[in-house]
Design a protein around this ligand. Structure first.
Ligand SMILES: [Zn+2]
Length: 335
């Protein structure tokens, strides 16, 4: 079976120096998709509206203007990274100060996520890549792969961070939900999908489930605990399965079975997988013990219940292992 993989060349233009989120990641993943018979296609352009359905106007404006505003500081052009955060005072100040440092701190969660000249165009293209894959699934494709980079799952409605600027998975899920699809998001990145969780935390029309490193030990630290189960109408529609350090194949598969049983109970029309390969042993950001071959049974388990599947790429930084891990996952899904 062939299936579409979406990717835009504009995504490569975001290239922070010495940063783990390097364009070489996508070269390896594109090669893996081609190994498995995928046809690579550039996304179309659905415009800003489906992005603005998820993100605040203030965040979108900042992402488009921050680099130029920051470059006007006396120090001259350089990556825009905040140095001051309101954090625990959030919500108790009355406006966002006009100073560019203040605006960066207001809209950002950390110092890991630089804004460069082409960051906005790359993040916009990455979101369009997710939307193109959502369109394909909505049109009846059983499988579509959005090779998003920069990734998205740490971006909130009103905050960027964790290498993420726009929440590609949430943008695709929202687009599908507005077309009447019942969406389950399964986040299997090593890190908790804190942004995606927060965006849908009060809602029953998108189920969010995440397998990830225990936030007691790992980024994003302040979210991803088992006690977080949703709120209001969304109560019971968030499921977090934190994993201890050095989790191996067997324990991982057990947690994945729990996740898939919960998703089966929700009975989705579409399974959106926030796909991270930083669960591989040896990943510079990782701490679990999966091998590339571990992804074959994971792929089989994801496909076993027959839901149309939308893969949205998140993290995974062990570039030499990415192609083999992605091939194993896709072979497992297609088997
Ligand atoms: Zn990650």
């Amino acid at each position: 079976m062939t299936f579409p993989v979406y990717y835009a060349a504009a995504q490569e233009r975001h290239e922070p120096a010495g940063h783990p989120d390097a364009p070489a990641r996508c070269e390896a993943l594109l090669a893996a998709a081609a190994d498995c018979g995928a046809t690579t296609q550039p996304p179309g352009d659905l415009g800003l509206e489906p992005i603005a359905a998820v993100h605040s106007a203030g965040l979108l404006e900042l992402l488009q203007t921050a680099y130029a505003d920051f470059a006007r500081l006396p120090e001259g052009p350089r990556p825009a990274v905040p140095d001051t955060f309101p954090v625990r005072d959030k919500g108790r100040y009355e406006h966002v100060p006009r100073n560019i440092w203040a605006r960066l701190g207001h809209y950002c969660t950390d110092t890991l996520t630089p804004i460069l000249p082409d960051t906005w165009s790359a993040a916009y293209a990455s979101a369009q890549t997710a939307l193109a894959a959502a369109e394909a699934v909505a049109a009846g494709a059983p499988l579509a792969y959005a090779l998003c980079r920069p990734p998205g799952h740490h971006a909130y409605r009103d905050l960027y961070g964790g290498y993420c600027y726009l929440n590609n998975a949430a943008i695709a899920a929202e687009w599908l939900a507005r077309r009447g699809r019942r969406v389950a998001v399964l986040d299997i990145d090593y890190h908790h999908g804190n942004g995606t969780q927060a965006i849908f935390y009060d809602r029953a029309d998108v189920f969010f489930c995440s397998l990830h490193a225990d936030p007691e030990d790992e980024y994003p630290y302040y979210a991803g605990y088992a006690r977080e189960t949703g709120r209001g109408a969304g109560q019971g529609y968030t499921l977090n399965l934190p994993l201890p350090p050095d989790t191996d194949d067997l324990a991982y598969r057990r947690a994945l079975d729990v996740a898939l049983r919960a998703i089966a109970g929700y009975a989705p029309d579409v399974l959106l997988v926030s796909l991270g390969f930083d669960t591989l042993a040896g990943d510079p950001h990782g701490g679990l013990r999966l091998a590339p071959a571990s992804f074959r049974p994971i792929g089989r388990a994801l496909a076993a219940l027959g839901w149309p599947m939308l893969l949205v790429q998140e993290g995974g930084y062990l570039v030499p292992a990415l192609r083999a891990a992605c091939v194993a996952l896709l072979e497992g899904i297609l088997a």
